[in-house]
Design a protein around this ligand. Structure first.
Ligand code: UD1
Length: 355
């Protein structure tokens, strides 16, 4: 029954054009697939800084459609203007394109501030000039820092950011909120992602980390396939049941669908506030050791890992209260962590076979 309701919400809306920045990236590419399935016409802008053009073939293999693609940097406002002029009427923008490595942001703060904030401000200005009515922004649970109470709701306080990357998400949200407040005709939604994992079940698209992965699941799958010697579990001395950190892992396809629903709400539904924020998570805390166990169960592979010291900047535990998104967007996660791990493993194997 609930699945049918979700299917209704994803019913096709033909011919609406959506600019997807960062559309060849990890979450962006999965969202492009869901947009096409829902009848939208995605147009990708991506400078391929952290993605590969072959992702377009993956999207075509799944959907039968090769989306239009502009290899432009959003920090170049003239190029952005060129895209908007060429595309004509654009119904909405989904803005994924950004630098996202927490550790790198500590070493290169200005690169992060310049890239992540200039691109956003250029987009907002273009949106104004061309009267694009709706924006979805990729935000992160990092804006909450270590919350005082769990699960975390959208009204939990935004804490001092732990990294320049985190600050670009906080500042990005604020810039959008203030800009939308001054433009009654326009709407925006910030989606605060918890920990997206997994790949498309077809294994035609997935996560493509550059170099040594920073995130847990690509590190797990690369270890299991033999690209890395062993996983290091960053600390088992936290105040959690098994001592390892707790996160809210959700499948990237579930996450992608939320973007379509957020668009639908802004373009056709009730978004009275003009600017809104939603948590996107499963609503369940999973420890690092539990995540490893889920991977082992899904893949049948015994993972080599050791326990080391804590990673600087890590939050002890966080998971979402996704009830606002459940209620207002009609969205909920449908894929379990084991299924998510299985898709991540399928994808890692496909990458190996493509070599
Ligand atoms: C981090 C950021 C988040 C950002 C995301 C995007 C923080 C607090 N969070 O999420 O804002 O959106 O990256 O990349 O900065 N772990 C290991 N061994 C590893 C890798 C990870 O034990 O080799 C553990 C970590 O300590 C953590 C969990 O796995 O407990 C998840 O880590 P990760 O995948 O890096 O995500 P976050 O740190 O939660």
């Amino acid at each position: 029954q609930e699945q049918n309701e979700m299917a209704d919400l994803l019913e096709p809306v033909m011919g609406r054009k959506v600019i997807v920045t960062g559309g060849t990236g990890y979450i962006g590419s999965h969202t492009v697939v869901e947009l096409i399935a829902a009848g939208y016409e995605p147009v990708i802008i991506d400078n391929l800084y952290n993605s590969d053009i072959s992702v377009l073939e993956g999207i075509r293999a799944i959907t039968g459609v090769t989306p239009k693609f502009w290899d432009y940097d959003l920090c170049d406002s003239q190029k952005l203007e060129e895209v908007f002029r060429a595309e004509g009427k654009v119904d909405a923008i989904i803005h994924f394109a950004a630098y996202k490595a927490v550790g790198e942001s500590v070493r290169k703060p200005l690169d992060y501030y310049r890239n992540n904030l200039t691109s956003l401000m250029n987009l907002l200005a273009a949106m104004d000039r061309h009267d694009t009515p709706a924006l979805v922004f990729s935000s992160s649970c990092t804006v909450y820092g270590q919350p005082d109470t769990l699960p975390v709701t959208e009204t939990s306080p935004v804490k001092e950011a732990a990294s320049p990357y985190g600050y670009t998400k906080q500042a990005g949200e604020t810039i959008i909120r203030d800009t939308i407040a001054a433009r009654p005709a326009h709407k925006a939604v910030s989606l605060r992602y918890f920990n997206p994992i997994g790949a498309h079940p077809t294994a035609f698209i997935g996560e493509l980390p550059r170099g040594v992965p920073e995130n847990l699941v690509p590190y797990i799958t690369q270890t299991a396939i033999g690209l890395r010697d062993e996983l290091k579990v960053f600390g088992t001395d936290y105040d959690t049941p098994d001592g390892s950190c707790i996160r809210d892992y959700l499948h990237v396809v579930d996450l992608a669908k939320a973007h379509v629903m957020a668009l639908r709400r802004m373009l056709d539904g009730e978004n009275k506030a003009g600017y809104e924020v939603f948590n996107l998570g499963m609503g369940k805390g999973v420890s690092v050791l539990e995540a490893i166990a889920a991977f082992e169960k899904a893949s049948g592979v015994k993972l080599k890992y050791t326990i080391t010291g804590r990673r600087a900047g890590d939050i002890e535990k966080i998971w979402a209260d996704p009830s606002l998104a459940n209620r207002e967007l009609g969205w909920k996660t449908e894929i379990t962590i084991e299924e998510a791990m299985e898709t991540a493993w399928r994808w890692e194997n496909r990458l190996k076979n493509k070599e």
